[in-house]
Design a protein around this ligand. Structure first.
Ligand code: ZN
Ligand code: ZN
Ligand code: ZN
Length: 336
């Protein structure tokens, strides 16, 4: 029996259609790419990328030379660039502004590994530390309104390079998805006087069916109106609206949880392509009581078809309660 569920954050509707009968074993594995070209992101190939913007390096090693652990470079084919005209223009019908923004590539290991779950614990922690620092740097540019840190892993998730990396795109306007979440969360706060994310965390920690894993400071849950099979959100247990001001010494714990959730997803769904992204409040907002920063992990095994494009409703064949139950038991889920 299928069910229409409303996401309490975005007010978006999702169709949970278990009657479509898909079981995780029926989800195809992501094809492995075999590429003979030298990888531009591997240690030793620093000259194949634009010059580095930031890095975490071994002591005594030089800029744009080997010896780094995490390295940030401008995207060679940026969607947006730092120089340009920011003043919005329009002719009454059409509105435009220059493609001003930042587009950075965060290379997460000097070794050629693919998934975030293959990084060492130190590499994973460094990656999250540098995400936070780059987000803070973007916030320091007063032309920017918002930045998204995201990862594409696997060709079906949009990755064009196999080597483990993430990206940051800063934009001069707040994107629609962020506005939708902010508006929904504000509405909940106005009606019920609480943060909708905190309410969700509290309910699931009290023995909720959507809990995947909790650590001292973070929690991983499948959202009630999950759009995708095994979609999982990770949230700080303490309320905070902005990721870029989160204490850096807590990010190792977060990185470890992200690695375990990715691993759980890989064991449950035969190593699918996936995206993850960091949702944080817009730069110009002061610390907000209604919004709670979080990470969304999105396995890419379902496709958006005409109905999804036409309505904005997603159809998810795996109820999130079932997904959470499978994700909690990766050893069982890994059995054929
Ligand atoms: Zn590589
Ligand atoms: Zn909260
Ligand atoms: Zn979100």
């Amino acid at each position: 029996v299928s069910q229409l569920r409303k996401c309490p954050v975005s007010n978006r509707w999702v169709i949970i259609a278990e009657n479509r009968g898909l079981r995780p074993v029926e989800f195809p594995a992501e094809p492995k790419r075999i590429d003979d070209l030298p990888c531009p992101l591997c240690e030793g190939n620093e000259s194949h990328t634009p010059g580095e913007l930031a890095a975490i390096r071994k002591p005594g090693t030089r800029h744009d030379r080997p010896g780094w652990q995490v390295r940030v470079v401008p995207n060679k084919y940026p969607a947006l660039e730092l120089a340009g005209e920011l003043e919005p223009r329009g002719d009454g019908l059409y509105t435009w502004l220059g493609g001003v923004g930042a587009h950075e590539l965060i290379v997460e290991s000097p070794r050629h590994v693919v998934s975030f779950s293959e990084l060492t614990a130190d590499e994973a922690r460094h990656a999250w530390e540098i995400y936070r620092r780059r987000m803070a740097a973007a916030r320091g540019d007063d032309r920017m309104a918002y930045a998204l840190v995201f990862k594409n892993s696997g060709a079906s998730a949009g990755a064009t390079l196999e080597h483990a990396h993430s990206q940051l795109i800063a934009t001069p306007v707040v994107p629609g998805n962020a506005r939708e979440e902010l508006a929904g969360a504000l509405e909940y706060h106005q009606q019920l006087g609480a943060c909708v994310f905190c309410a969700m965390i509290e309910r699931e920690l009290a023995d909720g069916p959507l809990l995947v894993e909790a650590t001292r400071r973070f929690v991983a849950v499948c959202p009630y109106a999950a759009r995708f099979p095994c979609e999982t959100w990770i949230l700080p247990r303490r309320h905070a609206s902005h990721f870029d001001t989160h204490p850096e010494d807590e990010l190792g714990e977060l990185a470890g949880l992200v690695q375990r959730v990715v691993r759980r997803v890989e064991l449950t769904l035969s190593a699918p392509a996936y995206n993850y992204l960091v949702h944080s409040a817009p730069f110009d907002s002061p610390p907000a009581a209604h919004y709670h920063w979080h990470v969304e992990i999105i396995p890419r095994i379902t496709k958006m078809a005409g109905f999804e494009w036409g309505t904005g409703y997603y159809i998810n064949p795996l109820p999130p309660e079932t997904a959470a139950q499978r994700l909690r038991q990766p050893a069982l889920a890994a059995e054929p």
